[in-house]
Design a protein around this ligand. Structure first.
Ligand code: HEC
Length: 108
């Protein structure tokens, strides 16, 4: 018996997989960024939206450059803080920039 492999559907499927790959990579990147930003949620609120009357400010809609500057100041110890000076040290500059971009893009 001669085996025939249906080439056309196979090719179509592999093209579809190849096309889907960049979208999947985008999703993974977005998910990673959300997870990174979620490390701030305990204190600054889900997606940076602080609850009413919270003592910690929300980060949603805050200009990215402001967030980056504050994080760097916390990290360097030039802005005194109760907790942020310790937390900020756990993030690389690239992570801080990515997180800042995430919060700047969130609605208040
Ligand atoms: C354990 C609670 C906690 C976590 C987690 C936390 N923060 Fe904070 N954040 C604070 C507090 C409290 C302040 C006020 C400064 C201080 O006393 O440390 C603050 C202040 C800030 C400010 C300054 C806001 C302003 O109005 O000037 C920024 C920016 C900030 N945090 C960013 C972040 C980011 C980004 C993350 C996540 C990577 C994060 N914080 C995680 C508690 C937290």
């Amino acid at each position: 018996m001669r085996m025939t492999v249906p080439l056309r559907p196979l090719l179509a499927a592999s093209f579809a997989a190849a096309l889907a790959l960049p979208a999947f990579a985008q999703d993974a990147k977005a998910l990673h960024l959300r997870a990174l930003a979620a490390t701030c949620a305990n204190c600054h609120g889900t997606q940076g939206r602080a609850v009413d009357a919270a003592s910690v400010p929300g980060l949603a809609g805050m200009p990215a450059s402001y967030i980056v500057d504050q994080m760097k100041a916390f990290k360097a110890g030039t802005r005194p803080a109760t907790v942020m000076h310790q937390l900020a040290k756990g993030y690389s500059d690239a992570q801080i920039e990515a997180i800042a971009g995430y919060f700047a893009a969130q609605k208040k």
